[in-house]
Design a protein around this ligand. Structure first.
Ligand code: KIV
Length: 282
């Protein structure tokens, strides 16, 4: 029987050389599916702003949105470690506010740990949240909440100076007590160097194969969100096509009076029907 994944299990995986598997989920059915698939970690990412709420980016996602979606995912996820993403400006203004908001995600949402974007400059914030008793996952490289400041959704750390900065970010987060780090959109050789530079697991999304685990946005991976598909996404299914086909067939059958047939309708005893007709024709 599987048991609940803990922060210690995640850290042990790196020491054991076992790759960690992490996916996103935003609601109960996907939480349940991720649980049944046996993944280690489920992230309720603020990517929900884009793939579920149709926003242009993640900047406008609120604490209210996050808590609502985390609650739904947690109901479906028995075993994976559930990470709640801290939305933009919920941790950026002051350390006390960051601690309070991390606390809300855990207490009101029900997630196990939180994640926030940012490297060396956010190390004091990470340290304070960890000291308050909430494990924190870092997120460096491409940080979507501040993508405009990085020149858009672009690969990070392409020159030696920028790459060194990302390694320093990882070391600072480890020093601050982050239990793991997400590394997004960096050249594969840099991914390998970052994973080597720290003892905590580095989970990559577009960071090559030589990191300690992989995470993908589920809606990208199953072909449910195809507004744009980043180079680092492999589509394992085309769920959008299947759902669209079902909706179109339903429309056709309703319009063509083929649905519902007798097998999808409820019967009524003949005597009751006769009695009803007598009553309404009186
Ligand atoms: O919000 C999210 O889904 C994320 C992943 C891209 C790691 O942060």
């Amino acid at each position: 029987m599987r048991s609940k994944v803990t922060v210690l299990d995640v850290q042990r995986a790196k020491a054991d050389g076992r790759k960690l598997v992490m996916v996103t989920a935003y609601d109960y059915p996907f939480g349940l599916l991720a649980d049944q698939a046996g993944v280690d970690i489920v992230l309720v990412g603020d990517s929900l702003g884009m793939v579920v709420m149709g926003m242009e980016d993640t900047v406008k996602v609120t604490m209210g949105h996050m808590i609502h979606h985390i609650q739904a995912v947690v109901r479906g996820c028995k075993n994976p470690l559930v990470v709640g993403d801290m939305p933009f400006m919920s941790y950026n203004t002051s350390v006390p506010e960051a601690i309070a908001n991390a606390g809300r995600l855990v207490k009101e949402g029900g997630c196990d740990v939180v994640k926030l974007e940012g490297g060396i400059h956010f190390a004091p914030t990470v340290e304070a949240i960890v000291k308050a008793g909430i494990p924190v996952q870092g997120h460096i490289g491409l940080t979507p909440q501040t993508a405009s400041a990085l020149g858009g959704f672009k690969t990070q750390g392409k020159n030696a100076e920028a790459a060194k900065g990302i390694i320093e970010d990882a070391r600072a987060l480890e020093g601050a007590g982050a239990f793991s780090i997400i590394l997004e959109a960096v050249p594969a050789p840099l991914g390998a160097l970052v994973a080597e530079a720290v003892r905590v697991p580095v989970i990559g999304i577009g960071a090559g194969a030589e990191v300690d685990g992989q995470v993908l946005v589920t809606h990208d991976m199953v072909g449910l969100f195809d507004k744009f598909v980043p180079k680092f996404v492999k589509q394992y299914a085309q769920v959008r096509t299947t759902i669209l086909g079902a909706l179109q067939e339903f429309k056709q059958e309703v319009e063509g009076k083929q649905f519902p047939g007798p097998e999808h309708s409820f019967d009524m005893p003949a005597e009751a029907l006769e009695e009803l007709k007598r009553l309404i024709l009186r």
